[in-house]
Every structure is written in C-alpha cells, then in structure tokens.
Design a protein around this ligand. Structure first.
Ligand code: FAD
Length: 460
C-alpha cells in the first residue's frame, strides 16, 4: 500500500490509519485467537460513524477485502484479513443506560463486560455470553447465548435497533419500525449486511444469582451427563446450567490435589430470588454423586459473568468446532466421554449450552437465528498457550467432532465455527432462513463487500 494512499485514509479519519510500517502495527493486528496470524495492509481504527463511512468508501475504491472488528474474539479470526483493510471499531465504546425505559445504547467496540458494568449499576442486564472479554458486536450479530438465555432470550431477542453503515457507504437505522427486514437479518445473520455502529438493547432486571461451578470426578461423567440430558430441559427458565467436560485448571484457587484432573462440570446460574436458587441447586446436589469442588453460591451477576476470564486471556491458540444438538442418546454420551478422556491440554474441553426457555418461545423464522428448536449448542474447543500444540488441538477437536456429529444436527452456531467448514455447513448454520438471508444480502450488499464472515451469498 503506497504512502500516498495511507495518507489519504489518515486524512479522512478522526481515528488512526495503521499501515504495516506503523509502530503499532504488530499489536494492532493481533487477534484474541493467536492461531490466526493475518497481515492486513491497513487497519482503520475508527473513532466515529464518519470514520466508518470513510473507511468503507476507501475499501471499495481500492478494491480491498474488508474485515470488521468489534472485540476481535472471533474464533475463526474474522476480525482481520490478509492483504486487506480491517475496519476496527474496538475504540468506539460507550454505553448509555436508560434505567427507566430499560434500554442500553451500546458502542460497537464494547465488550460484554463493558455493558454489564454499566447496566449492573441499575440492577439490569442484557443477555450475553459467559466470558466478559467477548465483543458485543460479533456475539450479538450471530445470536448470542449465555446465562440469561432461558429467562430473557438470545442476545438478538433483546436487540431493538441498530445504526448501520451499508456497503455503499450510506447510513440507515434498522428497527421494527424502519428497515424491518434489515433488523430481522441482523438478528443472527452476522456481519453480512453492514457495519453496525450503535446497538440499542432492551435490559432486564438481574442483580444477584445463585451460581458457580459444581465439579464431578470424570468417572462420574456418564451419570452426570445423563442427569443433565434428562433434567436440564425441565428446569424453570431462571435456572440456567451448562455442562462441561474439561480439566481442573492447575492454578489457584483450585485445590492442588485436583489440578489438571479431567472432570465433568455443571456450571449453574439461578437468577431468581436467592432462596429459590439455593433450593434448585440443592436439587442438583442431591441428585448427583458427591462433587470434588462445589463453588455454587450467591454472587453478583457480574461475578458469574467474569468467572472464567482469567483462565482465558488473549493470545492462546484456539481451534473449535460446534454443532446444534437435539438429543443426547447414551451412545453419544459414550463418544463424548471417550474423546474428552483424551484432552490434548488442560484448557481444552467441550461445553453444552442450553438454547431453550425464552429462546425457544419464538418461531425459527422470527429472526435470522433459525435454530430455536434445538436443545443445546455444543462447542468442542482445543486451547493451549503453546503454538507448537496447534496441530494437536486441531486434530483432537476434529476427531472428537467426527465421533459425535452423527448424533447432532447438520448446523452449528456460526460463532462456534472456524473458516474451514465449507459452504454446506455455513448454509446449515443459518438453517431454513438461508434463502431469505441471501435475498436480503442481495438488497443490502449485492457485491458481497462484507464477506469475511460465515458468508451468505447474494441471491442470483
Ligand atoms: C472465550 C470465548 C467465549 C465465548 N463464549 C460465548 C458465549 O458464551 N456465548 C456466545 O454466544 N458466544 C460466545 N463466544 C463466541 C463469540 O460470540 C464470537 O467469538 C464473536 O464473534 C465475538 O465477537 P467479537 O466482536 O469479539 O468478534 P470480532 O472478531 O471482532 O468480529 C467477528 C465478526 O463479527 C462481525 N462484526 C464484528 N463487529 C461488527 C459490527 N460492528 N458490524 C457488523 N459486523 C461486525 C464481523 O463479521 C466479524 O468478522 C465466545 C468466544 C470466546 C473466544
């Protein structure tokens, strides 16, 4: 990229243009997943909507592939692009909570921790995921599930309005009242339709939860998984629990005698009155074998939201594969346990996240997120700090997935997919809504400018 072109972009931005020679280039191109090592030509670190418009026009005029970056957490590394332009929104933060009308206006660079911090001051929350360093933008646009999903729906179910810079550089607002087809597409269609420069969310009352991990011996895994399969879906909406097959982290505060042991864990979070939460969790305790660690207790909502952050800093190697799961027969449980027994590292594992309760009470075509009739969203994740481990993490995750996939549905949560899954899998991820999304893609981005994502092709 010529100095002249970089200077041209620099002049049109209030933020920064970072080329390959810029002293901040190496840091600016780093993504959360260190397995992805992309070298963009230019990073446009936007300060405001005008910058985003200028960056989109610059990318178009110079025929550059464009990646959009919010929190940079995407597993597949869609927050960057080789030899192209990254439109980096990470400094466009800012949250305005309207506690009376129960809404939060959120900048596209916010992490879910930024929003939780702001909304919790008023005892309110938007449902996000289970790690607070994740970007709100990428999480929301592909669905967003977490501790409040069963009670208040997916993140997209709480998205009321979005400001969007479209592929031609024009600016629109999308809501039920205007550009209703666009807000429909943004509720699960990923970054395919434009660059969201502001999100308006509905907030919900949440303050304390009765929650935390309850850890069982790996040898009790089959009993725990079968109980989870049979009982998790019957729990009241306020009672969320997800299941993990993983290892006890070899770090404080975990008891040293259990360090690195494989385990089966149920992480519970009851967001109703605390005595009800305790009663519900006691029911789990009574039904299952004696745990080796039981840290479920009353805690502020922000605490459960940040519980795993320290274990998963930026810069680890990640490879993951997901599936939507409707049923979990005994044979599937056997396959899970056989592969989890061969974890390649102490940070690797498998999680099953519920997608029922409020999330299920909408039809599959109510929003672009079209898998409301599944029971769980599964992710198998190989994670380690050592780059030399990358092939092991990948091979393990792929072999594990191959063994359990025959029991699962065709599609997966787009945010739990890498970039090597092929077109059929991407179509399956959007399910029955793909055709309608493809028609809307043609309307809003006919040249497929925004294609560094789980891509929806413009209809022919
Ligand atoms: C440790 C960890 C835990 C996670 N836990 C959960 C969880 O509990 N629940 C859950 O639902 N997901 C979870 N995820 C997945 C997460 O939702 C995705 O990785 C998501 O893509 C992260 O969003 P981001 O903004 O950080 O991503 P980025 O890498 O910045 O962006 C990803 C993609 O999103 C799109 N995008 C980003 N910003 C915009 C924008 N402003 N406008 C248009 N498109 C945009 C672009 O297509 C971009 O390519 C987790 C991920 C990690 C790494």
């Amino acid at each position: 990229m010529s100095d002249q072109l970089i200077a041209k972009l620099t002049q049109s931005l209030r933020g920064m243009a970072i080329g390959r020679e810029h002293p901040e280039y190496q840091e600016a191109r780093r993504l959360y997943n260190a397995m992805i090592d992309k070298r963009p030509l230019l990073i446009a670190r936007c300060a405001d909507v005008a910058d985003v418009i200028a960056a989109v026009k610059f990318g178009r005029e110079n025929s550059l592939p464009i990646a959009i970056r919010g929190g940079g957490h995407n597993g597949a590394g869609f927050g960057s692009v080789d030899d192209g332009l990254v439109i980096d929104l990470s400094t466009m933060k800012g949250v305005r909570v309207d506690p009376k009308n129960m809404t939060a206006r959120v900048g596209p660079g916010c992490t879910s921790g930024d929003v939780d911090h702001a909304t919790q001051a008023f005892g309110q929350a938007v449902p996000f995921g289970i790690v607070s360093t994740t970007g709100v933008a990428g999480l929301t646009l592909s669905g967003g599930h977490g501790y409040l999903t069963r009670q208040y729906g997916l993140t997209v179910d709480n998205l009321m309005e979005a400001d969007v810079v479209l592929a031609d550089g024009s600016f629109v607002t999308a809501s039920e009242a205007e550009n209703a087809d666009l807000i429909w597409a943004l509720r699960g269609g990923g970054g395919n339709f434009g660059i969201v420069t502001s999100f308006l969310f509905r907030t919900n009352p949440v303050a304390m939860v009765y929650g935390g991990p309850i850890v069982f011996e790996f040898s009790d895994g089959a009993t725990v998984m079968k109980w989870f399969r049979d009982n998790q879906p019957k729990a009241p909406d306020q009672f969320y629990m997800f299941l993990g097959l993983q290892a006890v982290p070899p770090a404080d505060p975990f008891p040293t005698e259990h360090w690195s042991k494989k385990m089966c864990v149920i992480v519970v979070s009851h967001a109703g009155p605390l005595p009800e939460g305790e009663k519900a969790v006691n029911g789990v305790r009574a039904a299952l074998p004696k745990p080796i660690i039981d840290w479920a207790q009353p805690m502020p909502y922000v605490m459960i939201q940040t519980l795993f952050d320290a274990l998963l800093p930026k810069g680890l190697q990640w490879y993951w594969k997901g599936d939507f799961v409707k049923e979990l027969p005994d044979a599937a449980i056997e396959a899970h346990l056989a592969h989890a027994a061969k974890l390649p590292s102490v940070l690797s594992g498998m999680h099953l996240y519920p997608v029922d309760g409020a999330a299920r009470r909408q039809k599959n075509d109510a929003t672009a997120w079209g898998h409301r009739d599944v029971a769980w969203s599964m992710v198998i994740y190989g994670v380690d700090p050592d780059p030399a481990m990358a092939p092991n993490l990948k091979n393990w995750a792929q072999a594990y997935w191959k063994a359990v996939h025959p029991f699962d549905l065709e599609g997966a949560y787009p945010n739990f997919m890498m970039d090597d899954e092929g077109e059929a899998r991407v179509r399956a991820a959007y399910g029955g809504n793909y055709e309608r999304l493809s028609v809307l893609k043609k309307k809003y981005d006919p040249e497929n400018l925004f294609r560094v994502n789980q891509n929806i092709y413009p209809a022919a």
